[in-house]
Design a protein around this ligand. Sequence first.
Ligand code: SF4
Length: 281
Amino acid sequence: MREVHYKQVVEAVKEIAIKANYELPEDVELAYQTAIKREEAELGREVLQQILLNIKSAREERMAYCQDTGVAVVFVEIGQEVHVVGGSLEDAINEGVRKAYTEGYLRASMVYDPVFERKNTKDNTPAVIHYRIVPGDRLRLVFAPKGAGSENTSRLAMLKPADGWEGVKRFVLETVKLAGPNACPPFTVGVGIGGTFEYCALLAKKALFRPVGDRNPDPVGRRMEEELMEEVNKIGWGPMGFGGTVTAVDVKVELYPCHIASLPVAVNIQCHASRHAEIEL
Ligand code: SF4
């Protein structure tokens, strides 16, 4: 059994939390560069230029790309042959988040309790952590800070199987229409179809981490992505909602089998601050 020390996890989480907040991934930057050529509205092109300038400034000046540094969402893949020593994995992840948000000057946005007092926890903990056991002896961590503007416009529906593809499409497009400028477009739209109520939402979130431009290897998923991408960009929100032809730089669909009587669909809207960073230990 391979061992990974608690402190290694703390430092790794701190590193990727800061990186994710300061540096947008290259594929995302490239997507905005390409989008300028596609955007028909002059104001839309100007907004995309500002977004690219913001990416450059944040990276070079080592500061957060957006003031909303988000909920600390962490996806963990734990090889079944790896053992964390020196403390619990969950504590290590939260300590890494704490260090990143305090030492990296990132805004603390978490409040407890969520309804009445809404008192800031001051260090952006606790993280929202999703674990998956996989073969092997590695520990893979993906950090994806999620701002509230776009998360708040995300939706889930338990459709009837008879609603079919038309029902799914209607729900996705309605969600993008409702999101509008409040969710800071251009978006990456993550769509989960199938599974159960909670698993469908997770599929939609995970869909956001696939590189921009990458298509679902399943021909059905691929067709859905292409059709949705075209329809979403006809909505006309454009960059930052000023109107235009680039409302989304990508739509990603993740499919999973579901119950004979169900058709769950979840749409996770990702704003232009499409942030994630990963590390393997
Ligand atoms: S929705 Fe995204 S870009 Fe807009 S404020 Fe929130 S994190 Fe920043």
